[in-house]
Design a protein around this ligand. Structure first.
Ligand SMILES: Cc1ncc(COP(=O)(O)OP(=O)(O)O)c(N)n1
Ligand code: TZP
Ligand code: MG
Length: 213
C-alpha cells in the first residue's frame, strides 16, 4: 500500500519511553504511575468486563493526576467519550475505528504492526507511535505471525527512519531487553515482565538500568 498524506495524530509531548507497561487492570496503573512510569496502556480484553468503563475513566484520571501518558487499548469510543490521552489500535481495530473522530479530539494514536505491509499502513496514518511485534515468542497473546526477532525489528526501524517513535513488544524481559534496546527502538512495551515480576519496584529499576542511551 502506498503512503497517502494524512493529517497527523498528535505528538507525545513527553516522549514515549523507555518502558511502556501494558496492563489488564487499572490497579496496576495506580501502582505504576507513582513509581515514575510515564507511559502505560490499559488493555482489558473482555468487552463484557463489569468494570470496563469505570476502569477506563479511572485510568484517564490517574494519567492526568500524574501527568502521565495513558493509552486505552481497543475501546476507542470509550476513550473518545472520556477524553483519553491516547488510544492503541491494532490492524483489525483500525478497520472499524473512526480515526477522524480521534484526530478531531486530539487523541494520540498508537498502532500495532506485525509485518512490513502493516508497518506501511501504520505509517500512512501518521500515528503518535508505531508498535512492532511480536519480537520474541510470547504466551500473552495469540499471534497469527511468527516472532520477528531483533534483526527484523532493526530493518523495520530503518523503514520508519525516525519519523515516529517506535515501540517493540512481545516476549521482552530483563534477559533480552538489551538486545532489543541496541536496535535503537524508542521504547519497549512489556506485559509479563511487569505484571509477573516478584518485586515490581526492583523490576522497574532493573529495566531503567538497561534502558539508558
Ligand atoms: C504497544 C502495543 N503493541 C501492540 C499491541 C497489540 O495490539 P492489537 O494487535 O490490537 O492486539 P490486542 O492488544 O488488542 O490484543 C498492544 N496492545 N500494544
Ligand atoms: C499485546 C501484545 N501484542 C503483541 S505481543 C503482545 C503481548 C506481549 O506480552 P509479553 O510482554 O508478556 O510477552
Ligand atoms: Mg487491539
Amino acid at each position: 500500500m502506498s503512503e497517502v498524506m494524512q493529517a497527523s495524530f498528535p505528538v507525545m509531548e513527553g516522549g514515549i519511553g523507555p518502558l511502556y507497561p501494558v496492563v489488564d487492570d487499572v490497579r496496576w496503573i495506580a501502582r505504576l504511575l507513582p513509581l515514575g512510569v510515564k507511559t502505560v496502556q490499559l488493555r482489558i480484553k473482555d468487552p463484557a468486563h463489569p468494570e470496563l468503563e469505570a476502569q477506563i475513566i479511572d485510568a484517564i484520571r490517574l494519567g492526568r493526576e500524574h501527568n502521565a501518558q495513558v493509552f486505552i487499548n481497543d475501546y476507542w469510543q470509550l476513550a473518545l467519550r472520556h477524553g483519553a490521552y491516547g488510544v492503541h489500535l491494532g490492524q483489525e481495530d483500525l478497520d472499524i475505528a473512526d480515526l477522524d473522530a480521534l484526530r478531531q479530539a486530539n487523541i494520540r494514536l498508537g498502532v500495532s504492526t506485525r509485518t512490513a505491509a502493516e508497518l506501511q499502513r501504520g505509517l500512512a496514518l501518521a500515528p503518535s507511535y508505531v508498535a512492532i511485534g511480536h519480537i520474541f515468542p510470547t504466551p500473552t497473546k495469540d499471534m497469527p505471525t511468527s516472532p520477528q526477532g531483533v534483526a527484523q525489528l532493526k530493518a523495520h526501524l530503518g523503514t520508519v527512519a525516525g519519523r515516529y517513535p517506535t515501540v517493540a513488544i512481545g516476549g521482552i524481559d530483563l534477559t533480552n531487553v538489551a538486545d532489543v534496546w541496541q536496535t535503537g527502538v524508542s521504547c519497549v512495551a512489556v506485559v509479563r515482565a511487569v505484571t509477573a515480576a516478584a518485586d515490581l519496584e526492583q523490576a522497574l529499576a532493573a529495566f531503567a538500568d538497561k534502558l539508558v542511551r
